[in-house]
Design a binder for this molecule. Structure first.
Ligand SMILES: [Zn+2]
Length: 353
């Protein structure tokens, strides 16, 4: 509250839940939106591909929305952007990789032609209506992630988004601690911080520990290795490519969203995968099994993903073999459509949101 008016902060998704992140900052007649993500359905939500935030509140005040700022390119932060832009055709602000992933998503949904996309970099400061937004780099499992320092007439807010204080990040780009210190000196009126797993004692190891885990799997696996992750988990894809190269295996991608995301990330220089390591899926399926790593979607058992189809025996291009090693971020709960997962050897690489 200031003498000029009252600031409302309205979480439309992502608070007390993992997924569909979307927050609205409203001051007088202006609304700034941060993120527009999806949530993946639970196993009992049959026929549902994904869940979007309920942004009816914004639809009713569409003429007051001044812009959408996106913190990073994970699905739970950009996945609903084409739906939101359809109802709220406002400017979007994102860093280069995040913008590239948004463009892929808009193109896949025939929604790209009218979008007003603006590129920002960590360190930039942009006035969006009554809000001044300072973008600062935060370390996360996808490059080009930013936190936000939001100056409003009612006070200064730090919006962290997803982050990890990882001192040895995969992309070598740690969180901008100096900027956080500067904010602290300036005086922060409100901190909105990610808290996934915050109740658990101890600390989360660096993403670097995944490298030796992959080395172990790739050394021991006698046949094909299938690694499941989110299509937007760019840093994990880099780690798999590095591991495949170290072990003389070729990497192939299954799933159009992963193929498209890797293409844009390589083009923009956020993924460093030599041409000789990455081969088309058709080619990989003709190679000897122990020379191949397949990356696919479905680490949380989403029914429409490749792993979801593999577990149901309905994937068209390839199926699991008895000696296939399947690595998931999370193994689906037992009891439902899991015949192939059960007959494979499974291992858990790491939990990640
Ligand atoms: Zn994230």
């Amino acid at each position: 509250m200031s003498k000029h008016g009252k600031l409302k902060i309205i979480p439309l998704g992502g608070l007390g839940e993992v997924g569909k992140n979307m927050t609205a900052y409203e001051f007088n007649n202006q609304i700034l939106v941060v993120d527009a993500g999806i949530m993946f359905p639970r196993n009992d939500m049959l026929g549902i591909d994904y869940i979007i935030p309920d942004y009816e509140y914004l639809r009713k005040k569409a003429d007051k929305v001044v812009g959408i700022v996106i913190t990073h390119g994970h699905e739970d932060h950009i996945g609903a952007i084409h739906h939101v832009l359809n109802d709220l055709p406002v400017p979007v602000y994102a860093t280069p990789l995040t913008r590239g992933l948004i463009e892929v998503k808009l193109a896949r949904n025939n929604a790209g032609s009218k979008a007003m996309l603006n590129t920002v970099e960590a360190g930039d400061s942009v006035e969006i209506g009554a809000f001044k937004v300072e973008f600062f780099h935060i370390c996360h499992s996808i490059p080009d992630s930013v936190g936000l320092g939001i100056t409003t007439p009612a006070g200064f807010i730090v919006h962290m988004s997803d982050f990890k204080f990882d001192h040895t990040p995969v992309d070598g780009w740690p969180t901008d601690y100096a900027k956080l210190a500067e904010f602290s000196k300036r005086g922060v009126d409100l901190l909105l911080s990610d808290s996934t797993n915050a109740e658990r004692p101890g600390w989360t190891p660096s993403e670097m520990v995944i490298g030796p885990a992959f080395d172990k799997v790739l050394t021991e696996a006698p046949g094909r290795v299938i690694i499941a992750t989110f299509a937007s988990l760019i840093s994990r894809i880099q780690q798999v490519a590095d591991a495949a190269a170290r072990h003389g295996r070729k990497m192939a991608l299954a799933g159009s969203s992963m193929v498209d995301n890797v293409k844009i990330a390589r083009k923009l220089g956020y993924l460093d995968i030599p041409d000789e390591v990455l081969v088309p899926l058709d080619q990989a399926l003709q190679m000897q099994d122990h020379k191949v790593v397949l990356m696919c979607t479905g680490s949380q058992g989403e029914p429409s993903s490749i792993v979801g189809r593999l577990s149901a025996g309905t994937n068209r291009q390839f199926d699991l073999k008895p000696r296939t090693r399947l690595c998931c971020l999370r193994i689906p709960s037992p009891g439902t459509r899991r015949r192939s997962v059960i007959r494979s050897t499974a291992c858990c690489a790491a939990a990640q949101t």
